[in-house]
Design a protein around this ligand. Structure first.
Ligand code: PGA
Length: 260
């Protein structure tokens, strides 16, 4: 049985005061979702604040990105060993908003996937669980290329790093057309893609496929989380906008709790 995970990606939102109020709201209701894993991803400058507030609670934390290099002249980047310094359990890798930023400097997709695979290796090496995000763009979706794109991303990751590290990894299916648009994928659509991902992994290693958690992300809210999480291959969610409201986020955590 896979334990559901609800991950809250704050993106570039928050302030010390807002974070404290948000954490107060979530921590006061933590008893209502005792059987699931929950992790929060603040902007890196608030990592220490979040760590201090969450240490000793059941909620974990991580960062929204990590460098593919161990250290050196990479202005603005954060290394995997720095994540260890703040006891981060998780790191988001390959979020579509990051992929878009790289696209602007004209990297082709295979180069991008290689960088993502290197970041992934870096996180695994430091014992930080990567949450690798993959998903098709609106244009790819309309051209019925979802399967090809998803399989392509997965195969690149497996080609670069082998199948083994997936045993310490979380995957997130995040269709780009659903992120921040209010247009969530239907539960049936999410299930179909998650099943495809699991089957692809099973073709390499059945045990890893059965145990790996695959989250759905893209306009998950308090009012649509339950049907999404009730799908057999959806093991929780990666939540953006709705993670900025304590009540909304807690409702989503409770929807995951109901699946246990
Ligand atoms: P959203 O973002 O929930 O605001 O759609 C999801 C994500 O980007 O992970």
């Amino acid at each position: 049985m896979r334990k559901p995970l609800v991950a809250g990606n704050w993106k570039m939102n928050g302030s010390s005061a807002h974070n404290n109020a948000l954490l107060d709201g979530i921590l006061s209701q933590v008893d209502t979702f005792p059987s699931i894993d929950v992790a929060l991803f603040p902007p890196a400058v608030y990592l220490q604040q979040v760590q201090q507030r969450l240490e000793g609670s059941v909620i974990e934390w991580g960062t929204q990105n990590v460098s593919s290099y161990p250290k050196g002249p990479f202005t603005g980047e954060i290394s995997a060993s720095m994540l260890n310094d703040f006891n981060c359990n998780y790191v988001l890798i390959g979020h579509s908003e990051r992929r878009c930023l790289y696209d602007e400097v004209d990297l082709d997709l295979s180069v991008l996937d290689r960088i993502i695979a290197e970041k992934y290796a870096m996180a695994v090496d430091k014992g930080v669980t990567p949450i690798i995000c993959i998903g098709e763009t609106p244009a790819e979706h309309e051209a019925n290329k979802t399967e090809e794109i998803i399989i392509g991303h997965l195969d690149t990751i497996i080609k670069h790093q082998g199948i083994k590290p997936l045993s310490q990894t979380v995957l997130a299916y995040e269709p780009v057309w659903a992120i921040g648009t209010g247009l969530s994928a239907t539960p049936e659509w999410a299930q179909e893609v998650h099943q495809l991902m699991r089957e692809r992994i099973a073709s390499h290693d059945k045990h890893i496929a059965e145990n790996i958690r695959i989250l759905y992300g893209g306009s998950v809210k308090g009012n649509n989380a339950r049907p999404l999480f009730s799908m057999p291959d959806v093991d929780g969610g990666l939540i953006g906008g709705a993670s900025l409201s304590a009540d909304e986020f807690v409702t989503i955590c409770q929807a995951a709790e109901q699946q246990v």
